[in-house]
Write a protein that binds this ligand. Structure first.
Ligand code: SF4
Length: 253
């Protein structure tokens, strides 16, 4: 039987497991080379189930992985990593950081005077569903939201994420809500499984929202780490374009 996820209902179910009072569950704090150097906190739990997810192991067994951290602890760990390594940026990533939104807001409150940039990597589902979330983010002038869009249309989205096709429109709505509330953002689109026609159609849709979304369109492709290859195999997904880790970008399979 094919699983079809209602991403809003799944959000609530996952929040019950990964949010405890003001705390949220994370499985890792780390530095990394992305964005030219960035301190990262990887949250546990997601409201989608992508067949190429690099943190699927943590997201699939949320009860058995990670620990709960208060907003103060998360902010402090990130700031320490950033200052120790000379980074100017920090981010939340891993699972879906907008689950437990109040916790996220409190993390941001704690970062307000640190003179660091903050990148929120999100699938956008909850920001598309709840415009108030975009409004709350707009009060933080040091953030940028990277909305990671799964595929180029509702059917592709559903195949890749196991979620109801309407979730795709929430991802686009997230960009609209963020722009309407004056929050800097851009789309990063997973294109490993998409045809050119789908990409062109998506760009037309994004242009209807705002032409900046086409100018800032980021292409995202699967990196074939062993655990990513494992989930791809299980889900019977074959990327048309993917990268080998440590390969130069031109080395496509
Ligand atoms: S949205 Fe991100 S964290 Fe969630 S399942 Fe997809 S790739 Fe993984």
């Amino acid at each position: 039987m094919k699983i079809v996820i209602n991403p809003i209902e799944l959000s609530k179910a996952v929040e019950e497991k990964v949010v405890r009072g003001r705390s949220r569950k994370y499985y890792r704090f780390r530095g990394g080379r992305w964005y030219g150097g960035i301190a990262t906190a990887d949250a546990v739990g997601c409201n989608l189930s992508c067949g190429f997810c690099w943190s699927w192991r943590a997201n699939h067994r949320i009860d058995g992985v990670g620990e709960f951290y208060t907003p103060e602890q998360v902010a402090s760990k990130l700031v320490n990593i950033a200052y120790r390594r000379g980074y100017r940026l920090i981010r939340l990533s891993g699972g879906e950081p907008t689950l437990g939104f109040q916790h996220l807001v409190e993390v941001l409150n704690n970062l307000e005077y640190e003179n660091l940039g903050f990148i929120l990597e999100t699938n956008g589902i909850l920001i598309g569903y709840e415009r108030g979330y975009a409004r709350m983010l707009s009060k933080f002038k040091f953030i940028h939201v990277r909305v990671s869009i799964k595929g180029t249309n509702p059917e592709e989205f559903s195949k890749l994420t196991l979620a109801e096709p309407w979730g795709f429109d929430l991802q686009l709505k997230a960009l609209e809500n963020l722009l309407d509330e004056g929050v800097p953002c851009h789309p990063a689109v997973m294109l490993s499984f998409s045809a050119k026609e789908g990409i062109d159609n998506l760009k037309s849709k994004l242009k209807e929202i705002d032409k900046r979304l086409v100018e800032d369109f980021e292409e995202e492709y699967v990196f074939l780490y062993p655990h990513v290859e494992e989930i791809l195999r299980r889900r019977k997904l074959k990327p048309v374009i993917a990268f080998r880790p440590n390969s130069i970008p031109s080395e496509l399979i």
